[in-house]
Design a protein around this ligand. Sequence first.
Ligand code: PRT
Ligand code: ZN
Length: 292
Amino acid sequence: MSRLRVAIQKSGRLSEKSLDVLKRCGLSFARSKDKLFWYGRDFPVDVLLVRDDDIPRMLLDGVCELGIVGENIAREVMLERESESQLNCLRKLGFGHCRLSIAVPENRDIAGIEALEGTRIATSYPALTRNLMMQQGISTSIVELSGSVEIAPGLGTADAISDLVSTGTTLRANHLRELDVLFESQAALYGRVNDISDEKKVLLDRLLARLEGVMQAAESKYVMLHAPREALEKITELLPGVEHPSVMPLEGSDRIAIHAVCGEAVFWEHLEALKAAGASAILVLPVEKMLA
Ligand code: PRT
Ligand code: ZN
């Protein structure tokens, strides 16, 4: 019986959510704390726990068929190896959001990244940075650093940096200013799926269908409310991502009950607008599972 292997980050920003998404696909594992391999119990998918930087290479080397990693790392390795086609991004996962940005010392008067032509840029993402700067017609010399990139300008080893940013706190703390965003990243499921056996392909398709359901369910809400019959059209328009709600009569009332799965986020503003349109008893429930 065929099995698939999925590599995830052992400990770091992506670990918990990577495992969580697999669990929500119905996977469970026989695990031991320090072991790097967890055996899939209910579904033939095993987990390898590794450093995130190793995941794209493990996929390319055929150690595993699947991996959850930031697009930043996947793209960097693909550019390094010039083998973009071999790793497929199967599904973006909606967590681990960050951006690869160019930042400069805040006291330097630099208007845009064009002004960085011929300067030195420190980064842990040399291939991605060089590639994205070249696409904009800017050539720079790359100073490759494996960590603490943000201190390079202060030390005089670079004029600017290209680093991951999420809140911007690290840049501010180091008196750097975000000049431009080169690349937006999030965690994604990657696969080496072209050269796998038919049996593994069947497994992969099952897993991907479940994952699609999980992702859609996470983005969806089930909304129930009461409304005057004549407000149906208006209320349907106000429900985010809904075209055909279920409509039910309410015993002994001229109002109706409307139920709908909203495919987009439901905010307080939506509820206030629904109330203003005549809705009452508005309930918003999470959707646990969904299969199209
Ligand atoms: O040990 P291992 O190699 O597995 O982990 P790691 O330390 O290399 O990675 P980790 O856990 O820090 O990050 C894993 C992935 O999370 C990255 O590859 C990105 O895809 C994603 N991610 C999301 C981030 C950030 N946000 C982030 N803010 N990765 C790093 N940072 C760092 C950034 O490098 C900078 O030093 O956080 C600092 C900036 O954060 P702010 O909030 O101050 O802007
Ligand atoms: Zn890493």
